[in-house]
Design a binder for this molecule. Structure first.
Ligand code: PBG
Length: 342
């Protein structure tokens, strides 16, 4: 026997809400679409990817399910495909073979290093996609740090000099946007000066301004082959996960030094920082959904714990809701395809 509800409400729902029933607009698909406050389009996506030596070659990355390091020709072909789908920009990272690495990462200065060859190939074959090149020493150093390491210390000013020269090399190869990810003091101003002096006033800078010392970069170490190499951690140059105001100071300083765009990294765990940066400075603000964020979703979905595409889209929408202008995401190829179907 069904028992009648013995509780009786003191006020009706209409009295409580004053008839403001927010569910009204959630009733149908068309009304939900009509009032949607946030949109995610292919224009919001940047594809981070990994390049390696070889020809017609792909090498799966264990810690990043479904992602491979690609030879230049394969990567260019994929970039062409993504450009056709409307992806505005690509952010490649190189897997440098061990015999090219040294203490100072000197190979970054060679015009014919893997990264520069890739940039030239992309510029020649896929001119319609923007190239955002990470100017960083970690793929090139024997110790996996983003700077010159001496007596256990990452030497700031010497590192900045190398990065400024490397940035000019990347601009010469055809990079559109230089993206320093090292967090050395003064690097943005030094890179701007070097680019201008070399005649590259039009090459922009996207600064990894708020880059945190994070465990979420784990799978990336596999991707570029630095996992076993890294001695110690990066806490003396990246931000502490405890910092908020310091992140804003980094952004402020990078803008003053000439950054055109800034980035927050990792992404979702630092969504509060994304929002504060955008609200405070009102400048082009990007977020990097890093390797660990990607692999968590992949692993949980593979184990049947999450609906892959649903959480993928939800995670990207969160960045847009926070005010982020664009997202570097390993999901880019999949998302670009999904968006093209609709
Ligand atoms: C280093 C660099 C890192 C990533 C991009 N550039 C790793 C690090 O800072 O230690 C991480 C990207 C990712 O985890 O997806 N220059």
């Amino acid at each position: 026997m069904l028992k009648k509800n013995s509780f009786s409400m003191r006020r009706t729902v209409d009295e409580i809400t004053g008839s403001h029933r927010l569910r009204r607009m959630r009733k149908t698909d068309w009304s939900r679409r009509l009032v949607a406050e946030t949109r995610l389009t292919v224009d919001d996506l940047i594809w981070p990817c990994f390049v390696t030596e070889g020809e017609d070659y792909a090498e799966p990355i264990d810690a990043m399910p479904g992602i491979s390091r690609l030879s230049i020709d394969r990567l260019v072909a994929q970039a062409k495909r993504l450009a056709a789908l409307g992806v505005p920009a690509i952010a490649p990272f190189p897997h440098i073979s061990g015999d090219r690495k040294d203490e100072r990462g000197s190979h970054i200065l060679d015009d014919d290093n893997l990264m520069n060859r890739l940039i030239s190939a992309l510029k020649a074959d896929v001119p319609e996609i923007g190239i955002i090149s990470d100017v960083a020493l970690d793929p090139f150093t024997s110790h996996g740090h983003d700077g010159v390491l001496r007596d256990g210390i990452i030497v700031n000013d010497e590192t900045v000099e190398i990065l400024a020269e490397a940035a000019v090399g990347q601009a010469r190869a055809g990079s559109d946007i230089i993206a320093p990810s090292d967090m050395m003091d003064g690097r943005i101003g030094a890179i701007r000066d070097a680019l201008d002096a070399a005649g590259y006033q039009d090459v922009a800078i996207m600064s990894y301004s708020a880059k945190y010392a994070s465990g979420f970069y784990g799978p990336y170490r596999d991707a570029i082959g630095t996992r076993g190499l890294l001695k110690g951690d990066k806490q003396t140059y990246y931000l502490s996960p405890t910092s908020t105001e310091e992140a804003l100071r980094e952004v402020e300083q990078d803008l003053a030094e000439g950054a055109d765009m800034v980035m927050v990294k990792p992404g979702l765990p630092y969504l509060d920082i994304c929002q504060r940066v955008k609200e405070t400075f009102k400048i082009p603000t990007f977020a990097y959904q890093v390797s660990g964020e990607f692999s968590m979703i992949e692993a949980a979905s593979a184990a049947g714990m999450l609906d892959h595409d649903r959480v993928m889209m939800e995670s990207l929408m969160a960045f847009r809701r926070a005010g982020v202008d664009g997202i570097l995401s390993y999901f880019t190829p999949r998302v670009a395809e999904l968006l093209a179907e609709h």
